[in-house]
Write a protein that binds this ligand. Sequence first.
Ligand code: NAI
Length: 334
Amino acid sequence: MRVAVFSARRYDQSLLTEANHANPAAGHELLFIQDRLTAETAALARGCAAVCVFVNDCVDAEVLQLLADQGTRLVATRSTGYNHIDAAAAGRLGVAVVRVSDYSPHSVAEFAVGLLLAVNRKIARASMRTREGNFELDGLMGFDLHGKTVGVIGTGKIGSLFARIMLGFGCTVLGHDKYPDPAFEQQGGRYVPVRELLAGSDVISLHCPLTEETHHIVDAASLSHIKRGAILVNTSRGGLVDTEAAVQALKSGQLGGLAIDVYEQEASLFFQDLSSTIITDDVIQRLVSFPNVIVTGHQAFFTVEAIGQIMAATVDSITDFERGAPLLNRVPGN
Ligand code: NAI
């Protein structure tokens, strides 16, 4: 099957090619396109029955219509989250949508812990100092995680693993989930209403998907309920946090630290080297100027294990579609 692969970085190209060769039933013709998929670039997929996308590609109703008109019948996203795809519109147009529903959740859970340690113990700041020959400790003090309370919003695959690691640190773990899972409490967590979680946690980590319901789940109102000085970690999706409200809460000291791997306006920034250009997004520039903020560019999934599984699952889904086999990773609502 001819597949247009959008947002194709060097590692996408080599690893997807490898996965395509590894599956004897695959042998797809992969057309790598570095650009993001948008209404302007959709024409590049002409003649491709399948389109393969990533988290910042725009797969809304307009783009889907353009793709369907050109003969595309499958959209395969190399991600778990599918909030960038209008799955219902795709369904109406007869375009199937598949995702990677299962890949190493350890990649993201471990990264969330790393971000928490980095922001709490000022590790990036300390490293920058020592490179300059500055071995001062002033301004680098953090707090013990042992004995603190960690709130986990979204206790699915990643959230429950993050919780387990935090329990290993000797933390009390509170959870909130639309669909509570008894396994979370069996491993030592305790479900509480979201308001109680916000008020009682020294650290809050977001692991729920971005939906209409969870959009800006952290906003000015919820930030007013958190424990003063708490740290917020977001490795899930940028749209969960009202970033302007977070900036205000950082300025007032209500929010003690912010560690994010995702950002609401990341589509025009992330996955590219902008170090020689003027960045016009004042919010991200303000954020990175805070000493108690750490920002990474959506890299939590980026481990050898996770990427290998993502590429293999993507090739498998495309192959299943081509053979008319059941699509095990079809997204809900499609
Ligand atoms: P999952 O589906 O296993 O878990 C999500 C949990 O959120 C479920 O338990 C679900 O019931 C819960 N949830 C849904 N709506 C909710 C609501 N309104 N309030 C509270 N909880 C709610 O998903 P998984 O694999 O744990 O991934 C979580 C998220 O992590 C993904 O949706 C994705 O956005 C993000 N992610 C980020 C990556 C990165 O590189 N930064 C990589 C992979 C995933």
